[in-house]
Ligand binder design. Sequence first.
Ligand code: GLP
Length: 250
Amino acid sequence: MKLIITSNATAWVVHYIHRFLHTHPGTVNLCFPTGGTVLDVYAQLARLFGQGQLATEQIALFQMDEYVALPPTDPQSYRFYLQQYLVQPLHITRTHFLDANAADLSAVCTRYETTICESGGLDLVLGGVGENGHIAFNEPGTPFSARTHVVNLTDSTRRANARFFDADSTRVPTQALTIGPATILEARNLLFVATGPKKAAALAKLAKPGSTPLCPLSALKLHPNAILVADPQAARLVPPTTSQLEISYE
Ligand code: GLP
């Protein structure tokens, strides 16, 4: 796994996605996240699209995760977020959302995996990093073999996400649907991004040898094409000599 440390993580990620789309002219299955970290990425992609510098017609977008029981019209639902910041501004016409209001959630999860598989697999998973090291909504302890599933959110994640719910963690849903570590590890390319001091503790765990479900982020070490882009604040506790990581400064 490569760790890129750069003071402009957003620009690095935008450049990567721009080049990725340019070099993959056929259909590309992209699994993209929500969250604060990627907001600037999406704004810059929208700007490039508006300037005619980004082709998006080949994109098939897959949602990474979703809160259970928030209606899609709720501004805090991840579907609403993706529509607002990605689908509409980039004129993406092919989308796959997780129906987290369905009666049978495990059937939704199974169908989602089938859809990914029948679509030819994910070409690129872009992801953020949770403060406790979660990726998508895979909380610490999730087996790496897990696929799309229902998850009970930890108190720490609900507290971290309370900022999107008027700072009231009791309003953060208790459950979510998420693609699993196995879904992520089967994607052809992984690009994760972490910025700011609140992510430093999660990244520090990467210095330990090997990968463990206790730190879902460490699953990236098992993938041949995984990149984590971090700003110096997020990477500040990662020793530069960490043999586990191919570190570069850009
Ligand atoms: C959330 C989402 C993740 C996201 C992460 C980081 O809980 N489920 O998909 O990547 O936490 O969010 P942020 O970028 O707001 O720090």
